[in-house]
Write a protein that binds this ligand. Structure first.
Ligand code: COA
Ligand code: MG
Length: 315
């Protein structure tokens, strides 16, 4: 499945929850954490609870971001959100493997209470501190329902006492660790949101940097960041054409009993062919998603076509 863009929708904003189905993000992530003030949490939970089945019925993949295990709010967040139609939960400020195991238990309790098959709800955990980053490896093996690691860049920078810059070089180490831990555990890594709403070039540069380090997608805070992020995390036409040629050359090589051949001045061997296969699979998943969008109920707010969750590919 495609997980290139995850649009944060503030859980306390009814009008945003209503228009969210019109945006073409691969995932809609309804937020109960930072975008909701403490006194507004109970109201936001009610709104999110109502919004999930509506968005899922509209064919959208819906996640909820819940407050950290340290906050004391996680159980109430999950009690409101878990139901048929919720695909995943994002645990904020994940500090330890123990916290992941606790949230796994809470998710299971809520699945049982809401007639959802245990294990259905995926879990993505946000790494947002120096301690979380140090324990990233054990965190990423703490639950079978884990599907991804997310970098929470703003909180991480705050915890480290470092100044954020627009080229985000200060996050390179954290990004590398998160990407490696995610891949080593068979998961995906998702990048922190870009906060500069109108600086699309900066967004693209940051997304490309994350992709180059092994990330498969990025959280976004504004609908106009969705398309640039899709582009950054999708293979280009050129890459797809070349990948198809590589696969042909590799098939040919295998038929001739060769482990390496030359293509246009470059060597092709098994890992290069496997990467090419991955690119072609991704391109096919993206094309299938576009077809599903074209046959669903048309364009949404800001002209973003609605995407159904039908396509599948391991990013
Ligand atoms: N989800 C759904 N709709 C959104 C949206 C979002 N995250 N961000 C903006 N929109 C909508 C707006 O309501 C507006 O709709 P309209 O044209 O029908 O009025 C349209 O997109 C354009 O928005 P714009 O006027 O440019 O921005 P804004 O000032 O309304 O909102 C933010 C700016 C930052 C407040 C808003 O984007 C937001 O709340 N983002 C998410 C913040 C968040 O979740 N933070 C925590 C995670 S880091
Ligand atoms: Mg954060």
């Amino acid at each position: 499945m495609l997980y290139r863009s995850h649009l944060f929708v503030p859980g306390g904003r009814k009008e945003l929850l209503e228009k969210a189905s019109g945006f073409a993000a691969d995932v809609l992530c309804l937020d109960l954490e930072e975008s909701v003030l403490p006194e507004e949490k109970p109201h936001a939970r009610e709104l999110v609870k109502e919004a999930i089945p509506r968005l899922a019925e509209a064919g959208r993949r819906v996640h909820v971001r819940v407050n950290s295990m340290q906050s004391g709010e996680t159980k109430d967040d999950l009690a409101a959100a878990v139901q048929a139609g919720l695909s995943g939960a994002v645990l904020a400020k994940t500090e330890s493997a123990a916290a992941v195991r606790q949230v796994d238990v809470l998710l299971r309790e809520q699945e049982l209470a809401h007639d959802v098959r245990p294990g259905t709800v995926d879990l993505i955990v946000a790494i947002e501190s120096a301690g979380g980053l140090l324990r990233c490896e054990e965190i990423s093996h703490a639950s079978t329902r884990l599907t991804g690691l997310m970098l929470g860049g703003e909180d991480f920078a705050f915890d480290m006492g470092i100044r954020r810059t627009k080229d985000s070089h200060e996050l390179t180490h954290a990004r590398s660790v998160i990407a490696v831990c995610a891949r080593a555990a068979g998961m995906q890594a998702f990048d922190t949101p870009w906060a500069h709403i109108d600086d699309i070039d900066g967004l693209i540069a940051e997304a490309e940097q994350a992709r180059a380090l092994g990330f498969s997608g990025k959280y976004v805070i504004h609908p106009k960041h969705i398309e640039p992020v899709h582009e950054a995390f999708s293979p280009s036409e050129e890459e797809i054409i070349y990948a198809r040629k590589v696969l042909e050359a590799w098939e040919d090589a295998q038929a001739k009993g060769l482990g390496a051949v030359q293509l246009d001045g470059h060597m092709v061997d098994r890992p290069i062919a496997e990467r090419a296969k991955h690119i072609v699979d991704q391109a096919e998943a993206i094309a299938a998603t576009a077809v599903a969008a074209a046959t669903s109920n048309g364009a949404g707010a800001n002209g973003g076509a609605v995407v159904s969750g039908g396509a599948s590919a391991d990013q």
